[in-house]
Ligand binder design. Structure first.
Ligand code: GCU
Length: 546
């Protein structure tokens, strides 16, 4: 499929030629998108799909290099250019790039990509998830040309002691180039010379610096120059830390008024193509609709379009890798794969002021193996990023009406986080929820990273004891769960499950679900349910309290 030839020409030239594919005469689609949107017949397909396109280019001038960069491909990709294999990648939610300097030619170039959405128990995530697999190339593909020595990574941030620090890494033969970091809006500049391809520098932040916050999401134009290469980024500067039970933003306690979100645009037939408009629509519902300042970008690294939009709108972000449920840690490659995803997620997004938390797991089942690996991942975060907080969404123990946070993983986290569904997945009466107590032996902040109940938008039940899946039940579930949350003295934030109904093959009640998880506070088309107003009211109260 990836050989550099035109099948129709080969067939015309040789009557004995036999091909059982021809990508050049196959149906045309537009990327980024998932194959769920290519054709109705592909709605439930899981497996390998081939893509091919040609593009015109000119041969690279001397001293230039070229890379093919993929924003993501779900789940594994094999990439070929002009008949040559250029690389393979596993993992659906982090970017990857392959150097194609020696392969780009003047005239028509042919790129072929095989994407396979099938996963195994040793995959990250494993095959069973409570969300749809959107197989395919779901984020943009770009051909990047750079100088022979270029800026491969530049991390610019505000440190806890009030300095602007820069770490710049070069890729290429010139290892000791002069480096310059400048922030025009602050008349601020750092200069130095790389040594063996790396340069680190810092200086006191200018007094004029206005720190990023949800209330004032200030971003500055930052220019990084090294040799012939220039990298521009828009970066916000703030500090985030914990003190006892509190999370501090720029030294001040902040309560995270949030909600969880899957990477799925509004609409009846999402294909997981997150444009700036799609991201703005979702995040504005949180910021403006719910009076929120926080979003848990659940279960995997979302598109950089989403994290940049959170920077711009002013929402604090919980970013997560898909170490989800029953990962088979016995396979030696699995931990390496999860570590690579964590590293790639951090390297992609550590200039995003909105991101405050890196999450290394969601509901890992009990057991020694499940603790060792997320514990290793927690330790991995500090090296590439010592400025953010480490967390994981865990389950709690329970004795009667006392919940205990006793997961051994908590010892390695900066912020504890618990998914709790009393009253939805348990027979507890909603009126009993405020009577629940939460205990922890640790002096750390807690986030309720999930709680929620399904409701089919439009299903109303005015009874005193409304049925599950009605909007009234979901609203009352929120009222009672929020009353419980108010009593937890070490609670520093919430990201209830979830802003928007989302596709899940596991949710097939023919009346209420039809393949959708209905815990959204809005339907898939954006209709607000009664519970939306309950949470918005609670967040307005928290925001405005003295
Ligand atoms: C779990 C899980 C989510 C899931 C949710 C639910 O806690 O983390 O991915 O969708 O609960 O049951 O709806």
């Amino acid at each position: 499929r990836w050989q550099d030839r035109v099948i129709a020409d080969a067939e015309r030239a040789d009557p004995q030629a036999r091909f059982e594919f021809d990508l050049q005469r196959s149906p045309v689609t537009h990327l980024p998108a998932s194959w769920i949107g290519h054709a109705p017949a592909m709605r439930h397909y899981q497996g390998l799909v081939w893509y091919q396109r040609t593009f015109d280019a000119t041969a690279l001038p001397r001293g230039k290099r070229a890379f093919l960069r993929f924003g993501s491909a779900d789940y594994a990709a094999s990439v070929y250019l002009n008949g040559e294999a250029v690389g393979k990648h596993e993992g659906a939610f982090t970017p990857f790039a392959f150097e194609v300097t020696g392969l780009i030619r003047t005239g028509s170039n042919r790129v072929t990509v095989g994407v396979d959405s099938a996963r195994t128990p040793a995959s990250v995530p494993p095959p069973v998830t409570d969300w749809e697999t959107y197989g395919g190339i779901t984020r943009p593909v770009t051909l990047v040309t750079v100088p022979e020595t270029f800026i491969d990574d530049a991390w610019i941030r505000l440190t806890d002691d009030g300095r602007i620090a820069a770490t710049v890494r070069l890729n290429g033969p010139a290892r000791d180039l002069p480096v310059r970091v400048s922030i025009s809006g602050l008349s601020f500049e750092l200069r130095g010379s790389a040594r063996d391809g790396v340069w680190k520098g810092s200086a006191p932040a200018p007094r004029a610096l206005r720190r990023w916050s949800p209330e004032e999401p200030i971003l500055y134009d930052v220019r990084i120059a090294a040799g012939e290469d220039v990298l521009n980024d828009r970066i916000g500067f703030r500090t985030i830390e914990v003190r006892g039970h509190q999370i501090l933003l720029n030294g001040n306690p902040v309560f995270l008024r949030g909600i969880s979100l899957h990477e799925e645009e509004l609409g009846r037939d999402p294909v997981r193509a997150i444009t700036p408009a799609a991201a703005r629509a979702l995040l504005s519902e949180i910021k403006l609709g719910l009076n929120g300042n926080f979003v848990r970008l659940a279960h995997y690294p979302h598109s950089e379009v989403m994290t940049r939009m959170a920077d711009e709108l002013g929402l604090i972000v919980w970013s997560e890798i898909p170490v989800y449920w029953l990962v088979d840690w016995s396979a030696p490659a699995t931990l390496d794969l999860a570590r690579a995803m964590l590293r790639d997620n951090i390297l992609r997004d550590r200039n995003r002021a909105s991101i405050a938390l890196w999450s290394v797991a969601n509901e890992p089942p009990p057991g020694a193996a499940r603790t060792a690996s997320p514990r290793a991942l927690s330790g991995d975060v500090r090296a590439p990023d010592d400025t953010r907080l480490v967390t994981a969404a865990l389950l709690s123990g329970r004795k009667g009406k006392v919940a205990t946070i006793d997961d051994p993983l908590v010892a390695d986290l900066d912020v504890m986080a618990i998914n709790t569904y009393q009253g939805w997945y348990t027979p507890d009466r909603l009126a009993d929820l405020p009577g629940f107590e939460w205990h922890t032996p640790l002096d750390k902040p807690l986030i309720f990273s999930e709680f929620g109940a399904d409701a089919l938008a439009g299903y109303r039940d005015g009874a005193a004891d409304p049925h599950k899946f009605s909007e009234e039940f979901q609203a009352e579930y929120y009222r009672q769960t929020l009353a419980m949350a108010r009593k937890v003295p070490f609670l520093a934030g919430m990201s209830p499950w979830i802003l928007k109904d989302f596709r899940s093959p596991r949710r097939q009640h023919p009346v209420y679900q039809q393949g959708w998880n209905r815990k959204g506070l809005i339907s898939e088309t954006g209709t607000r349910k009664l519970a939306f107003g309950v949470l918005a009211g609670e967040y307005a109260r928290i925001r405005d309290r003295p």
